[in-house]
Write a protein that binds this ligand. Structure first.
Ligand code: NIG
Ligand code: FE
Length: 384
């Protein structure tokens, strides 16, 4: 057994309201944490800590749970900077751009994709992320969706089958057959490599009927449900996610009062991805409205080459505070405990005894600095 004392923490964000100041962030000051064999073994006031094998001095810096990024598309080849530049010159975003990345990803070898994925995972860790969900969705053929999920599984257990990302070129004139493939043979082959299934419910992607068929088939294969919902305009995605008991509805940019009420009644988490709104120059999701209605809000990067090529949760936190109406405390909770809730995990996203010892340190005295100092590389993984 190896135990390490992380000592002289100026502000410890536990995300456990049972400790410290009783707020959702569960703040402790002048604190210490002991990690033993990868798990949190003790936390409390500096000076009260038990004896340990090693000691790391934090010099008054802030420690938070490692970020839980519950929505990413990290396995892909190529990039679409020209599409981004065109949008910034006035072009709208269209779901069909996904096919450009599908073409590049299909021609890449496993080893090329692994190298790209590993570099992206390392990039997330340099910014404080310790848990990642990763979707397939740039293969859209049975053998390619399997290999994207296998590659994702090499770096995380939180893998999501997204065969229903867009109808691929070769099925453009027969989308119903593609829905049958996704809900049938492709799902059968991919389910062993996935924990979740997701559908992009949107004009230009999949409608509610197709999404229902695919999500219900996924559920029969014991996959948990997630939905890309209400991103580009109002639509049925959020209602469907709530009705089917999805863990999370993601994007939630265009919501009716009915959608908000459904989320607050169902317990489906609203995962906001303001990096996508930034990169598509779209209106931001109204996080304040969701929180005021009692909805659980998560924040995620949606890292993908089309709409949100950022892996930075600190950037997402800053956007959520400035543009979605979250307070700095709410945003930090949503990027840690909120992401964990969206993945139905209790062992990450919080610094509590028994949880994984995933600690992120800020080169700052408190959590507010994440939004207060946007663009400054304050966060990095300390343990985990
Ligand atoms: O979450 N909305 C669907 N999927 C991605 C976009 C993917 C792409 O454009 O390549 C998203 O925004
Ligand atoms: Fe996405």
């Amino acid at each position: 057994m190896t135990s390490v004392l992380y000592d002289a923490i100026g502000e410890l964000v536990t995300c456990d309201r049972a400790v410290g100041d009783g707020s959702p962030l569960g703040l402790l000051h002048d604190a210490a944490v002991v990690i033993e064999d990868g798990r949190v073994a003790w936390l409390g006031r500096s000076g009260d800590a038990p004896a340990t094998d090693d000691r790391v001095e934090l010099g008054g810096r802030c420690v938070i749970p490692g970020f839980v990024d519950s929505h990413t598309h990290l396995v892909f080849a190529g990039q679409r900077s020209a599409e981004f530049a065109a949008r910034m010159a006035g072009e709208p975003y269209a779901a069909g751009g996904i096919r450009t990345t599908v073409a590049a990803t299909r021609t890449a070898t496993d080893s090329e994709l692994r190298t790209l994925l590993d570099a992206r995972v390392a990039e997330t860790r340099r910014q404080g992320t310790t848990t990642l969900e990763i979707k397939s969705g740039y293969g859209l053929r049975v053998e390619d969706e399997i290999r994207l999920l296998r590659l994702a599984r090499e770096v995380t257990d939180e893998t999501t089958f997204l065969g229903a990302h867009v109808v691929p070129e070769e099925y453009r004139h027969d989308p119903e057959s593609y829905v049958g493939l996704v809900a049938g043979e492709m799902l059968e082959a991919c389910a062993p490599h996935a924990r979740w299934i997701d559908v992009f419910v949107e004009d230009g992607a999949f409608d509610a009927d197709a999404a229902r068929v695919i999500l219900e088939a996924g559920r029969r294969h014991d996959l948990g449900l997630r939905v890309h919902a209400n991103q580009l305009g109002p639509g049925p995605g959020v209602q469907l996610a709530c009705e089917l008991g999805a863990a999370s509805a993601d994007h939630c940019t265009h919501l009716t009062d009915h959608d908000v009420a459904a989320m607050s009644d169902s317990g489906t988490v609203a995962t906001l991805v303001p990096g996508a709104e930034f990169s598509t120059r779209s209106p931001y999701a109204d996080g304040r409205r969701l929180l005021d209605a009692g909805v659980t809000v998560a924040l995620a990067s949606d890292c993908n080459p089309g709409t949100s090529f950022t892996s930075s949760l600190p950037f997402v936190i800053a956007l959520a505070v400035r543009e979605c109406g979250l307070t700095p405390a709410e945003a930090v909770w949503s990027a840690t405990a909120g992401g964990a809730t969206a993945l139905r995990r209790h062992d990450v996203g919080r610094i509590t005894v028994g949880a994984h010892g995933h600690l992120t340190v800020l080169d700052a005295p408190d959590h507010v600095h994440l939004a207060y100092r946007p663009g400054v590389p304050l966060a990095s993984v300390l343990a985990g």
